[in-house]
Ligand binder design. Structure first.
Ligand code: IMP
Length: 445
């Protein structure tokens, strides 16, 4: 049984929530390692819907411990909103949710700056979620940030002042209001800390102890590989490391203690926010995918940009993450199409590129090279067995596998847990061993 990372292979919104929810019972704990409340998914549990942005969805599985790692940026009020929602539904969080005391505090002034910057940037904006993610990570890296444990530090006001001076300078230059004295924010921080305190823990020690005791961990990545601050389409990225490497730095669990990476990939491509998107479909085809795939942001409600499957991008993500198995989602969105193009390479100034370019200018200038596959024009939702998929759907999957260099181990053919095909052999079976049974049981098989 292996500790496993679940990573988005595109620009986020690949459907990680459903897959993590499905796999949860096979693991002793679920751990998030980066990002903040820019992430978001709605989990249907029983007949209730829960909007979770910070807390791993494992919290909805009775008794399962959940960890929010040191690599995260945590807005206390956003966390409390989720805790209230869970409490109102009778979900016990005390003694089950462990928040790293090394995680950074995301403060309202970070969101103010994020929004002011986006407003000022006009057409060149990143299209952030406006939650303050960038400024929170900037403060961390610049060493002006506040860890959650420091929200009640005797030096709190002094530390806040150092941050506020910097933020205020930029905010007022952008036309915003001065921030005032740090004492008010300091009072708020102390109140936050009081409520946070029962959840704060040295999560690294906790995780090491669990690993020593033979417990297994599921690491949940947020956003997607192409939004990674190092490897993504910089500067149109988020400010953290969603790729598998981030799971180690973001939790303190060494790479040697993590055995596998499951990549979540949508059967086509979407992106929300600005930045290059080779193969973006502006016309009717894009509208078709958006409508049929219900491609609207869960956090901001923005319509997502859509395109056909981009094998160049996913091939790159497979390498970045060492992905040995894939969960392919939303195949059913393609059910009605007669033909399905797949981008297999990019063309740039007469040259064919099969690797994802690092340079933004190149990415903006490339043209996708498509291979067109036959559609299956049959309803695939609810199918529980690969062999029962239409022949053309199996050919589509095999083509993607060959193109990106990884096998499809899970196939989601609808939003509900029951609508998932599990490969009877391959890496997922090796990783989960007999625990695969719990996944199959969850699926309702
Ligand atoms: P930020 O993370 O709010 O700074 O936004 C930076 C970029 O990442 C923007 O293009 C956002 O649309 C994108 N982004 C952030 N979180 C998500 C997510 O959970 N899904 C998809 N895109 C995201």
């Amino acid at each position: 049984m292996t500790n496993l990372i679940v990573v988005g292979m595109q620009w986020g919104d690949e459907g990680k929530g459903k897959i993590v929810d499905l796999l949860c019972p096979a693991f002793d704990a679920v751990v998030r390692y980066q990002g903040g409340h820019n992430a978001g998914h709605t989990v249907k549990f029983g007949d209730r819907h829960f909007a979770l942005r910070l807390i791993p969805s494992g919290i909805l599985h009775a008794g399962q411990p959940c960890v929010m790692g040191n690599g995260m940026v945590v807005a206390p009020d956003a966390l409390f909103e989720e805790l209230d929602q869970l409490q109102a539904a009778g979900v016990e969080t005390a003694g089950r949710l462990f928040v790293s005391n090394r995680a950074q505090a995301l403060l309202p002034i970070h969101a103010d700056l994020d929004q002011a910057r986006e407003k000022a940037a006009g057409g060149g904006k990143v299209g952030t979620t406006g939650r303050g993610i960038g400024p929170a990570y900037e403060m961390k890296t610049a060493r002006y940030g506040l860890r959650l444990s420091e929200l009640a530090s005797p030096r709190l006001e002094e530390r806040l002042r150092a941050q506020m001076v910097r933020i205020e300078a930029e905010l007022t230059a952008l036309g915003g209001e001065p921030l005032g004295a740090p004492s008010r924010l300091a009072d708020q921080c102390r109140a936050w800390h009081e409520r946070l305190a029962p959840y704060l823990a040295d999560t690294e020690h906790l995780l090491h102890g669990w690993i020593d005791a033979g417990k297994t961990l599921l690491f949940e990545g947020a956003q997607g590989s192409l939004l990674d601050v190092d490897h993504g389409t910089y500067p149109f990225v988020t400010s953290s490391s969603p790729t598998a490497g981030g799971a180690s730095t973001g939790t303190g669990v060494a790479p040697s203690a993590i055995g596998g990476v499951l990549g979540i990939v949508k059967a086509y491509t979407t992106r929300v926010g600005g930045g290059p998107f080779p193969g973006e479909l502006a016309g009717e085809a894009g509208e078709f995918l958006r409508r049929r795939g219900n491609e609207f942001g869960t956090v901001t409600g923005r319509p997502r940009r859509c395109g056909w499957f981009d094998a160049v991008a996913v091939r790159y993500a497979v390498r970045l993450n060492g992905t040995r198995a894939l969960a392919l989602t939303k195949l059913d969105v393609l059910d009605t199409l007669a033909e399905i193009p797949v981008c297999v390479a990019y063309r740039h100034r007469g040259e064919v590129l099969s690797n994802f370019p690092s340079c933004l200018d190149t990415l903006e200038a490339v043209e996708p090279v498509y291979e067109v596959l036959e559609g299956w024009r049959e309803d695939t939702s609810g199918i529980l067995d690969f062999a029962r998929l239409p022949k053309a759907a199996r050919a589509y999957i095999a083509f993607l596998e060959e193109q990106v260099g990884s096998r499809v181990a899970l196939l989601s053919t609808g939003p509900r847990r029951e609508e998932t095909i599990v490969a009877p052999e391959g890496p997922l079976v090796d990783w989960l061993g007999s625990r695969l049974e719990t996944v199959l049981a969850q699926r309702g098989a």
